[in-house]
Design a protein around this ligand. Structure first.
Ligand SMILES: Nc1nc2c(ncn2[C@@H]2O[C@H](COP(=O)(O)OP(=O)(O)OP(=O)(O)O)[C@@H](O)[C@H]2O)c(=O)[nH]1
Ligand SMILES: [Mg+2]
Length: 225
């Protein structure tokens, strides 16, 4: 067997076993009626900052928890704990994405009575797109400083997501960035994407995003009642 074929078979095996673990996680989340959101983006696009804003808005009314995926350090989990939310850090020690088996290992620590579980993936716009974590919704984030040409260069993250969050919109006046182009191109890749424009600095779009999350939670609970 040539080495290329061997590589394909190994990858199929990894993705196949990931899929099985992801479906068992999805089943458990469904039983506990937890809405899980997997956040994908390049490093530094503002995932943790967005979660700090969303977490602050939802806590009090809802039980919220966060899983933080990083190659090294517990820094993001510490940021989330600082705002009063439980956070579980997964350090991958080199892997550029989270896999379902990593989430499965810590799943017993996650309280069954959560309403929302946010999973911040490792900062990377490529590999995380191929790994289902059993999430209910996938968000892809792109920040204004990254440039308006990115959706078509990194299509998989946009194809597999239900929500596109354009972050750092407070920087729009200072950078050459065609907001209409980026939204148009993202929708050409995936016409079903729901688009939100946010800023963790000014708070723009946070209320709308939280209202969407609340409505998704309620919709799913009614459907599964
Ligand atoms: N101007 C501006 N800066 C932001 C915004 N959101 C985040 N930042 C800044 O962008 C940098 C990265 O933000 P993070 O929230 O740590 O990004 P991240 O995606 O979690 O990063 P990784 O976990 O390392 O992938 C920080 O310096 C933030 O202060 C925003 O809405 N506007
Ligand atoms: Mg982060």
């Amino acid at each position: 067997m040539d080495s290329k074929r061997k590589e394909v078979l190994v990858l199929e095996d990894i993705l196949g076993s990931n899929k099985k673990i992801a479906s068992s996680i999805r089943q458990k989340l469904l039983e506990h009626q937890i809405l899980a959101v997997n956040l994908l983006s390049s490093p530094g696009s503002g995932k943790t900052s967005l979660l700090e804003k969303i977490g602050q808005k939802l806590q009090g009314k809802y039980r919220v928890g966060v899983v933080e995926g990083d190659v090294e350090t517990e820094r993001d989990a510490e940021r989330i704990r600082k705002i009063g939310l439980p956070a579980w850090q997964i350090t991958t020690h080199g892997a550029c994405h989270l896999e379902a088996k990593m989430l499965a290992r810590i799943f017993d620590q996650i309280p069954a009575d959560l309403d929302f579980l946010f999973i911040e993936n490792v900062g990377n716009l490529v590999c995380p797109a191929s790994f289902d974590l059993g999430e209910s919704l996938r968000f892809v984030l792109l920040s204004v400083p990254e440039g308006d040409d990115k959706p078509k260069k990194y299509p998989e993250a946009f194809i597999t997501s239900q929500v596109f969050v354009l972050t750092k919109c407070d920087l729009l006046p200072y950078l050459p960035f065609d907001r209409e182009r980026v939204v148009k191109e993202a929708l050409e890749i995936n016409p079903k994407l729901k688009v939100f424009e946010t800023s963790a600095v000014t708070g723009e779009g946070i209320e709308e995003l939280c209202a969407f999350l609340e409505s998704e939670l309620e919709k799913r609970r009614v459907k599964n009642a």
